[in-house]
Design a protein around this ligand. Structure first.
Ligand SMILES: Cc1ncc(COP(=O)(O)O)c(C=O)c1O
Length: 486
């Protein structure tokens, strides 16, 4: 090649190798293929064996017809276009906006100025104050707005925290398996060590302290500097909602082992069985019961507008709260978030609306409640219906739905299916999910995308999609698949 031949500076072999190493199955090969099918169908192609693609691979509620909550969108519309506020009569009498919508928009605009302007790096102070009040009411313990950082969804908060936690390639983070792949992917990008610990499927995917200890001890013996433990509660992909004793045990172990706790609590309102218990509440409770002992247990807990009944993941709003952190470390975290300037301001406003929704007696409350409960009950009903379908399917085992937006059944496939998968260079669960997509248009994620106990196979599906037709098509596909590979 002559020295003048033009060539690009970047190629697949010279970019950051840690980006190449990261895996994110939620939007992997199956998702890409499902989008191709979607565009064929939109283009009028009719030789596919299905007439719609169901994206059950990702917790993206409004893509699957979940309606936005009216109060939220009405306030946001005024924040985006404040001149509407000078047409109060039209808003109230023609568009059905209630007075509290206008009042909230005016209040937020006073705090924010314009949603088109950068805010403080850690978020608008008045919004952090609202979050602190919400946390106090939720947990029964004080919260301080100085410890709250708004983020572009919880993902950006996780990214910040992992950047600060991982000092070098020997830094290790305990990550549940199965897990939402944000954690393993971010650790791969940071070139830090993921220290996997298995969740206990037999106990509804709870945390098993003996397993956590074993994973930690093994990593330490290998010389890894284990610094933190990630807990996803309620779980993704498992849907598990942790009982109080599991949470206490994790905090106690973190105290003994000097581990920072990263509590990913984005599904905190998606709980069907029992109640959501926050790590903050439990940590403060333990501090109260044992003066001094837990005062240095560092906890970062995350929340988001993406999930729950809000489902506004496109708006990229979230926050994290730091508990018991060293002020000098907090100052560095502040500096780190300031490098990205601030979280999207409209997303921050949505966080405010989420944590401070209309109260009983306020004009927008009844509709808000009706919409919120409607979404909650719809999700619960769909989760139960899907679970019932799995119960009928040969070789499929699935614990009853507890929370979040997912079911994660075990699939027992025959050696013949495993052989057919190997011939295509796929794992058996990937093969099963690919066959399901090709036959039904339903896109789910193979368990291997989240990690699973060796020798076990799963897939994850959301229960967000409306209707029952797609569930029927999974049952039919499964029967045929099992018959073909018997
Ligand atoms: C456990 C968990 N954490 C974080 C996220 C990211 O959420 P966000 O949209 O707030 O970035 C998700 C998204 O699915 C999730 O499941």
């Amino acid at each position: 090649m002559s020295s003048t031949t033009p060539r690009r500076r970047l190629n697949i072999n010279n970019i950051n190798p840690h980006i190449k190493a990261a895996k994110y199955a939620v939007r992997g090969e199956l998702a890409v293929k499902s989008e191709e099918y979607r565009s064929y169908l939109q283009g009028g192609l009719t030789d596919l064996p299905f007439d719609q693609v169901i994206s059950a691979n990702i917790g993206n509620p409004q893509q699957l017809d979940q309606k936005p909550i009216t109060f939220f969108r009405q306030v946001l519309s005024l924040l985006e276009n404040p001149t509407l506020l000078s047409h109060e009569d039209v808003l109230l009498n023609q568009l059905g906006y209630k007075p509290d919508v206008l009042e909230r928009a005016r209040r937020l605009l006073k705090s924010v100025g314009s949603v088109g302007a950068y805010s403080a790096s850690n978020g608008v102070p008045a919004i952090r104050q609202s979050i602190a009040k919400f946390l106090e009411e939720r947990d029964g313990f004080p919260a301080n707005k100085a410890d709250i950082y708004l983020s572009a969804g919880a993902s950006s908060g996780v990214n910040t925290l992992l950047h600060v936690l991982c000092a070098d390639e020997n830094s290790g983070i305990l990550v549940p398996i199965p897990q939402y792949p944000l954690y393993t992917a971010s650790l791969a990008v940071l070139n830090a060590k993921c220290v996997p610990y298995l969740l206990d499927e037999a106990r509804n995917w709870g945390t098993d302290l003996a397993t956590i200890k074993e994973a930690n001890e093994k990593a330490k013996a290998e010389g890894i500097d284990v610094r933190a433990i990630v807990i996803i509660n309620p779980g993704n992909p498992t849907g598990a909602s942790l009982p109080e004793e599991d949470i206490r045990a994790v905090i106690d172990y973190a105290q003994q082992e000097h581990l920072v706790i990263l509590a990913d609590e984005v599904y905190q309102t998606n709980v069907f069985v029992g109640e959501f218990i926050s790590f903050k509440r439990m940590l403060r409770q333990l501090q109260k019961e044992n003066p001094g002992k837990y005062d240095c247990v560092e906890l970062a807990s995350l929340h988001s507008v993406s999930k729950g009944m809000v489902g506004e993941c496109g708006h990229r709003g979230g926050y994290f709260e730091l508990v018991n952190f060293d002020p000098e470390v907090q100052a560095e975290i502040y500096k780190f978030v300031s490098i990205m300037l601030c979280a999207p301001v409209i997303g921050q406003c949505l966080v405010e609306l989420m944590v401070n929704p209309p109260k009983p007696g306020e004009p927008s409350h009844d509709l808000y409640r009706k919409e919120y409960d409607g979404i909650f009950n719809g999700l619960k009903e769909r989760a139960m219906a899907l679970h019932k379908a799995f119960e009928q399917m040969e070789g499929v085992e699935c614990g009853s739905p507890q929370g979040s937006m997912y079911l994660f059944p075990t699939i027992n496939l025959s050696p013949k299916a495993a052989e057919a998968a190997a011939q295509e260079g796929r794992t058996a669960d990937e093969f099963y999910c690919m066959c399901m997509l090709e036959a039904t248009g339903v896109c789910v994620v193979p368990g291997s995308g989240f990690g699973q106990k060796e020798g076990s196979l799963h897939f994850r599906t959301t229960f967000l999609a409306p209707g029952t037709e797609w569930v029927g098509s999974i049952i039919k596909f499964h029967q045929e698949f099992m018959g073909k590979y018997r």
